[in-house]
Design a binder for this molecule. Structure first.
Ligand SMILES: C[S@@+](CC[C@H](N)C(=O)[O-])C[C@H]1O[C@@H](n2cnc3c(N)ncnc32)[C@H](O)[C@@H]1O
Length: 224
């Protein structure tokens, strides 16, 4: 087993292959998230993509006329995203503990697709996401759900051993979260859970198992 490695470092190496492998391994999660938010999209509104990567999740929102802003820790992923001209602003930050460099209530929508499970502590990023969201704005997140027991840390053999070339570089730690743990964090923020969906997110290239995500659509404020 390789020593632990930060996901950001991993994605810096993996960036040139990301878009191709997303197709090869059925990374449908961007389409699912877009579909879940379709009726909440308004042209010219502002969307922040947390962990934007190469921009796969933001692209359809851009096509619908939204203004895209993105943050990510990997400069190589951000370089690819920049070339696609999806976002009007891209910033490099480590989501584990940083404050977002946007003012309060700046965004209409915030999304984080395939990102939270790299963070040991999701409290900061969720609090920051809600802070920058306008009242009634929408936050959409997903994570790998742990059905029983406590939150589990594990070596990702599905998401990270994604190509032969990188097989030997496994060692990124990812986290499965218990839904009650996530709901407990959310309950301390000013948001209401609007929708919950468990869905197929991608196929593991190594185990060939289907990987499922739990997605939450949250609204800032609103009736509980
Ligand atoms: C599976 S990719 C998802 C990219 C994009 N959201 C998509 O739907 O294709 C995970 C992204 O999270 C970023 N990431 C992982 N850990 C991070 C951290 N601690 N801070 C900032 N970005 C991080 C990686 O650089 C990568 O771009």
């Amino acid at each position: 087993m390789k020593p632990p490695k930060k996901a950001i470092e991993y994605y810096d190496e993996f960036a040139p292959e990301y878009d191709k492998l997303a197709i090869d391994y059925y990374w449908f999660s961007p389409k699912v998230m877009f579909g879940m938010l379709f009726d909440k999209i308004c042209p010219n509104q502002k969307l922040l993509d947390i962990g934007i990567g190469t921009g796969l999740s933001s692209e359809p929102f851009k096509k619908m006329g939204m203004e895209i802003y993105g943050v990510d820790g990997s400069s190589e992923m951000l370089k690819i995203c920049k070339r696609k001209n999806i976002a009007i602003d891209l910033q490099k930050i480590d989501l584990e503990n940083s404050r977002l460099k946007y003012e309060d209530e700046f965004f209409d929508m915030v999304i984080a697709n395939g990102v939270l499970y790299f963070l040991a502590n999701i409290e900061n990023v969720l609090a920051e996401s809600v802070r920058v969201l306008k009242h009634n704005g929408i936050l959409c997140i997903n994570f790998e759900e742990l059905s029983d027991g406590i939150n589990e840390e594990y070596r990702n053999i599905s998401n990270c051993v994604i190509s032969e070339k990188l097989k030997e570089k496994t060692g990124v730690v990812v986290y499965k979260y218990n839904i009650d743990y996530v709901k407990n964090i959310i309950s301390k923020l000013n948001v209401t859970i609007k929708e919950v969906l468990r869905y197929f997110a991608y196929k593991s290239p190594t185990t060939k198992e289907d990987v499922y995500f739990t997605l939450l659509v949250l609204q800032k404020g609103g009736d509980r």
